[in-house]
Design a protein around this ligand. Sequence first.
Ligand SMILES: C[S@@+](CC[C@H](N)C(=O)[O-])C[C@H]1O[C@@H](n2cnc3c(N)ncnc32)[C@H](O)[C@@H]1O
Length: 210
Amino acid sequence: MHNRSFVSLLAYGVNDTAAFWAALQAMFASLKDDTVVFFSDNLLTWGKALHWKSDAALARAAATHTTNLTERSVVWRTATLAWAVRHALKIEGDFAECGCYRGTTARILYDIANLSDSDRKFYLYDVFEGAEDVADHAMPAHGPDLAAEVRARFAGLDNVIITQGRVPESLAVASPERIAFLHIDMNSEEAEIGALEALFDRMSPGGVIV
Ligand SMILES: C[S@@+](CC[C@H](N)C(=O)[O-])C[C@H]1O[C@@H](n2cnc3c(N)ncnc32)[C@H](O)[C@@H]1O
């Protein structure tokens, strides 16, 4: 395996862990020595360039703002989002993330897009406390303290606007008129369709929705 490879020890949805890792090891062993392998976030590739491994700004922001293996394991998704915000910097409008959870991805993207030197606003939405009828209500950090923790994470970054409450209803409290980058990450079809119904027409031409 090439030293440019990235293999995370996290795998989701596995019943027989020993059999799973043995199969993966056998698969790795079957490859030519210099093959670049990626396995993380339930994504397996080999022979791909992993261009994002040379992205110094991404590496720096991810190292600064992630605190655990779960957050680091989604690096390929983050690389895709990094592409999206860099593209969005050429487009008129603000940034928004529906479903920010602990604010980890948003904090990384804030640095990558250098928003501290920008007039653009970054709107973040989450219920934070979770609720039985909200998808992902059981995520570990959910609770009465999470909103304050996320606000503290963005303290002093005055162009970040955090709104607690349910999307789409909470979009009425504060939301951008023109959008260059929109990340919809709520794991809830109903909320995500609601977000698109409210925000799609505010996307600038060429803006990106992930
Ligand atoms: C997968 S997590 C978001 C992770 C985050 N985007 C990141 O990359 O770090 C999903 C989040 O969506 C939130 N969520 C689910 N339904 C929601 C709704 N209707 N309104 C606001 N937030 C919602 C949950 O509270 C949860 O924190």
